[in-house]
Design a binder for this molecule. Structure first.
Ligand code: 6PG
Length: 257
C-alpha cells in the first residue's frame, strides 16, 4: 500500500522480508538517480538492527549488480561510541552484511573515529569529512541524497534521544551526545543536516513501534523523530505491523483514496 501524506510518502509492506526488499529497491533507485544527476550517491546509513535485512539484499543480486558502487559514498547518521569492531557498532553491522560484500572504495566509506579520541572531537572530524566530500562552503549545509533513519521505542531517531543536548544543536552538522539513560556517548547527525537532505527514509518494522510511528506521523513534537522535516522528501518504509495504528488518512491523500 502506498500513499502520499502531504509531502511524505508512506509505503506499507506485508512483512519484514518485503520491507527489506522494498528498502533495497528504493536505495538502488535513488543511487541510480543521484549518480546520473551528479555522478555520486551520498548516503547515510541508519543504525540499530532493522537495516540488516536491507543490507543483506543490497549485498546480493540483483541489487548488488545494479548499483554503481564505486560512485557511492557511505556515511552513518549516527554511531555508538564503541570500537568499530564491536557488535554494538553501526559501522560493524553495515561492514559485516553489506560493505565487505560490494566494491565501494575504502576511502568512500566513512566510519566515525571512536578510539582514543574525545567524542566532541570525533564529531568535529566527521563534520569536516562530510564537508570535504560534499565540497560545501561553510555557509551552506550538505544535502545528502538519502539519509536512512530508524525510530526507537522512545521516539528517538539517529542518536537524537528525548531530553538530550543534541536536540537543540543548530550550529553543527554532527555532534557528540551524552545519553544519561544509557550512560553512554553517541555521535549523531543534527537536525540541520538531516533536514537539508533530498531524501530521508524512516525504515521501521514491528508492532512495538506502531504507536510511535502514529505519533511521529501526527507530528508529536515531544518525540525527536517528529522533528525530522526534510527540505526534500520524507519516505516512510513500514511493514504492516509498524503501520497498524495508522488511519487511512495518514497513508492516502484525497486524490488516491
Ligand atoms: C542506533 C540507531 C537508532 C535506531 C533505532 C531503531 O544507533 O541505535 O541509530 O536510532 O535506528 O533505535 O533501532 P532498531 O532498528 O534496532 O529497532
Amino acid at each position: 500500500m502506498t500513499g502520499d501524506s502531504g509531502d511524505d510518502r508512506v509505503v506499507v509492506l506485508s512483512d519484514p522480508d518485503a520491507l527489506a526488499e522494498e528498502s533495497a529497491a528504493v536505495f538502488a533507485r535513488l543511487a541510480d538517480s543521484a549518480i546520473r544527476d551528479h555522478g555520486a550517491f551520498r548516503v547515510a546509513l541508519s543504525g540499530g538492527s532493522t537495516p540488516r535485512a536491507m543490507y543483506e539484499r543490497l549485498a546480493r543480486s540483483p541489487h548488488a549488480d545494479e548499483i554503481d558502487w564505486p560512485n557511492v559514498q557511505v556515511f552513518f547518521s549516527d554511531e555508538r561510541f564503541v570500537p568499530l569492531t564491536s557488535d554494538e557498532s553501526n559501522f560493524h553491522l553495515a561492514h559485516e552484511f553489506l560493505l565487505s560484500h560490494v566494491t565501494i572504495p575504502e576511502r568512500f566509506v566513512h566510519p566515525y573515529a571512536t578510539d582514543d579520541i574525545p567524542p566532541e572531537e570525533s564529531a568535529g572530524l566527521y563534520e569536516e569529512g562530510i564537508r570535504r566530500v560534499f565540497q560545501t562552503p561553510l555557509d551552506k549545509t550538505p544535502e545528502f541524497d538519502l539519509i536512512l533513519l530508524g525510530i526507537g521505542g522512545d521516539g528517538h531517531t539517529a542518536s537524537l534521544f528525548p531530553e538530550t543536548a543534541a536536540l537543540s544543536v543548530r550550529d553543527r552538522l554532527v555532534t557528540a551526545n551524552y545519553v544519561p539513560k544509557m550512560s553512554s556517548w553517541r555521535l549523531t547527525f543534527t537536525y540541520p543536516l538531516i533536514n537539508a537532505a533530498n531524501n530521508v527514509a524512516f525504515l521501521v518494522q514491528g508492532e512495538d513501534k506502531a504507536e510511535r510511528v502514529r505519533q511521529v506521523m501526527e507530528g508529536d513534537g515531544q518525540l525527536p523523530a517528529a522533528r525530522v522535516r526534510p527540505r526534500g522528501r520524507l519516505l516512510w518504509l513500514l511493514d504492516r505491523a509498524a503501520a497498524s495504528r495508522l488511519s487511512e488518512e495518514q497513508v492516502l491523500t484525497p486524490e488516491n483514496r
